[in-house]
Design a protein around this ligand. Structure first.
Ligand SMILES: [Zn+2]
Length: 316
């Protein structure tokens, strides 16, 4: 069983051998946010009961993919949900013990509570993509999620690298412009301020004078329309060039440190891949950014898309 929460919804699935058996989602409403911890716990517990009532199989573990920083069963910070120092594992276990005690006669509830593991959602996605997705052929890889922010992970010899003091691998907050804009983390010029898809879309809308409410689908249509033209819109070319240049700087820094065999990119980047990926690769290879020059670099778009976090959490 796995739970994932991207700040806008809670998704729960039964996962077996990397395959999603059944998935349910709950949109987080403004009302839910008032008592978000209870909403999260009740949603998980209700769904665990439902799964246990519909299967003869034993529940082995619960994995939770969190869009934030986690350590030792605690969600330290989840900005999108306004959560801080939330001891979710302990609170869930207490509720499971209570529920199991009330239902002792029912054999399948005897395994409650089960082991509950937490991990950051980008790291979960990386684990899943390296075992079942786009990075499965490679022993050493880097995975990035480009969405509202930038998350990521490094896999070496099939294993996720983790920090000792803190969770680490905060790619989104490496400085790429020391005099840059102020980031919500308190530093200036962080990679995610220039390399996130949020930035790309905002810049795209501003340059073309589009409303800030323009949907991603409309941006994609504009890109497709422009691609079919003989003479391309110079403004679109500039938006793409600036964005891929920032991405190239951040990703080259990671290549120089980890020298991976391949890089996987997930998040909403995957929908815009055909307009960005080739440009990005050219900038990395030809932009004088690599310490060890390469003839080619393998960068692939994620395969498991929105399910990567859930599948990865089931593998913790
Ligand atoms: Zn930052």
């Amino acid at each position: 069983m796995e739970w994932t929460c991207g700040g806008s919804h809670i998704a729960i699935s039964e996962v077996k051998d990397g395959k999603i058996i059944e998935k349910t989602q709950r949109k987080i409403t403004d009302e839910d946010r008032i008592d978000i911890l209870d909403v999260i716990e009740e949603t998980i517990i209700e769904n665990v009961k439902k799964i246990l009532n519909n299967t003869e199989e034993k529940l082995e573990s619960i994995g939770i993919a969190v869009p934030g920083i986690v350590s030792n069963g605690v969600i330290n910070k989840c900005v999108n949900l306004g959560i801080k120092d939330y001891d979710i594992v302990d609170r869930l276990n207490k509720k499971f013990i209570k529920y199991a005690n009330e239902n002792r006669k029912q054999e399948r509830f005897k395994s409650l509570p089960v082991q509950i593991k937490l991990q950051n959602d980008a790291k979960c996605a990386a684990i899943a993509e390296s075992k079942y997705g786009v990075l499965q052929e490679y022993e050493s890889s880097i995975f990035l999620t480009l969405g509202t922010g930038i998350g990521g992970a490094v896999i070496v010899e099939g294993k996720l690298l983790e920090g000792k003091c803190f969770s680490g691998y905060e790619f989104g907050h490496m400085t790429i412009n020391v005099n840059g804009e102020l980031c919500k983390c308190g530093k200036k010029g962080c990679f995610e301020l220039y390399g996130s898809m949020k930035y790309f879309k905002r810049n795209f809308k501003e340059r073309l004078g589009l409303s800030q409410f323009t949907h991603s689908e409309q941006l994609l249509d504009l890109l497709k329309y422009d691609m079919a033209l003989e003479k391309h819109d110079e403004r679109i070319k500039q938006v793409i060039d600036e964005y891929t240049q920032s991405l190239a700087i951040g990703i080259s820094n990671l290549i120089n440190i980890f020298e991976p065999e391949a890089i996987g990119i997930g998040g909403s980047f995957t929908y815009f891949e055909e307009f960005l990926l080739k440009n990005l690769k050219e900038k990395i290879l030809n932009g004088n950014l690599l310490f060890n020059p390469r003839n080619d670099i393998i960068i692939k778009s994620a395969l498991l898309k929105n399910d990567a976090g859930i599948i990865g959490a089931s593998m913790l």
